[in-house]
Write a protein of this length. Structure first.
Length: 371
């Protein structure tokens, strides 16, 4: 299957080209890692069940997943991976309108957990075929079991859920939440995560950067050396701190409370973002997302962040935390970053009880990938 991404392909591609100033040689390059706002064929969710770490709050987290599923399937295809497909199918078919339920595909297989962002395929686009890049997920530096999650991609591929070529990259540990692409040759990453001791410890920073440039055909890797969230298991995934957006924009978490434990590190991150330059040598347009108010569960501060949003076709789904003022401010900032998208809030307070949020639960697939 040969893929072409011309300006004339369909109205959505045409809209994206005009509104995000994508020039012809970036719409159809030889090989590139698309930005998240590139037209999508669908999104993957890996569904919670009683045998996952969600068991103690299963009803409330399933309710959150249902809200994510509804908002995704309202706009594009949704792939749900589940250990027991029939129970999920039955529940969703009973509650979703038929035209939305029809947009959902199910795949049954055993799972460890539900963080599709980090065990899902990372898709590279080429002129010939999508490349489905399957990296090793080792539970964020061997913190948690991931043996079953590491089988999901190959199982899905062998069962025929995707167009494209399977690429075995399991000699390298990499999670989708640890990289951000602008689709035009730049990656944004964090040093804390990619250089952590329990991931690719035998490789230097230079070798890791070389690998990223090779696999994703990028020209530049921007390394954030500061920023963290208390309670974060990922060693500072970039998608919890700063996100690349269209038109040389970066949305990032800003802390203005000098008494907050994050103030110093997030201030240093902000200063480093101000020093970053675009590929044309210009400063980035920086949009500050609010710092969520402190949320404590079982005596531990949770890593609530508004940076963990998902961009889908014509909408941005973002996490809310029952903090009306902050929730609304985050929506306003995201509307500035994505003026032509609908900004939709989803209460993600259940998700952060397991130290993740909305973006962590999802993995998008570019147009022409999900069958």
């Amino acid at each position: 299957m040969a893929l072409t991404y011309s300006k004339k392909e369909d109205d959505f591609v045409k809209t994206s080209t005009l509104k995000f100033n994508i020039v012809e040689d970036t719409v159809k390059p030889k090989r590139f890692l698309p930005a998240e706002w590139f037209p999508q064929s669908g999104v993957q969710l890996t569904w919670p069940n009683k045998d996952t770490d969600w068991n103690y709050i299963l009803d409330e987290v399933v309710d959150c997943y249902k809200k994510m599923a509804f908002n995704i399937a309202s706009r594009e295809r949704l792939l749900i991976v589940a250990a027991d497909v029939e129970s999920v199918r039955s529940e969703l078919s009973a509650t979703f309108p038929s035209h939305i339920f029809a947009n959902i595909t199910f795949a049954e297989m055993p799972i460890n957990d539900t963080w599709a962002r980090d065990h899902g395929f990372i898709t590279v686009i080429t002129d010939e075929s999508p490349l489905l890049m399957d990296y090793t997920f080792n539970g964020w530096g061997m913190k948690f079991a991931a043996n079953l999650d590491n089988q999901i991609n190959k199982t899905l591929y062998n069962k025929g859920f995707f167009w494209g070529k399977y690429c075995n990259n399991q000699d390298f540990i990499l999670e989708g939440g640890s990289i951000e692409s602008d689709g035009c040759g730049t990656l944004l990453v964090t040093s804390e995560c990619l250089l952590s001791e329990n991931r690719n410890s035998t490789l230097s920073k230079e070798l890791i950067e070389s690998r990223l440039k090779h696999d994703f055909s990028v020209d530049r890797v921007l390394w954030l050396d500061h920023g963290y969230l208390s309670g974060d298991d990922t060693d500072s995934h970039v998608d919890t701190l700063a996100r690349l957006c269209p038109n040389d924009t970066i949305a990032y978490v800003q802390c203005t409370d000098k008494d907050d434990e994050h103030f110093e590190e997030l201030s240093k991150m902000e200063e480093q973002l101000k020093q970053f330059k675009t590929s044309e040598g210009n400063p980035y347009r920086l949009l500050a997302l609010p710092m969520a108010d402190k949320i404590v569960f079982d005596g531990e501060r949770l890593p609530a962040t508004y940076a963990n949003f998902l961009i889908i076709n014509k909408a941005v789904l973002y996490p809310t935390y029952n903090q009306p003022e902050n929730d609304e401010k985050a929506k306003e900032v995201l509307q500035l970053a994505f003026p032509e998208h609908e900004i939709v809030g989803i209460d993600c307070t259940p998700l952060i009880k397991q130290h993740g949020s909305l973006h962590c639960c999802t993995m998008q697939f570019p147009k022409g990938v999900l069958k």
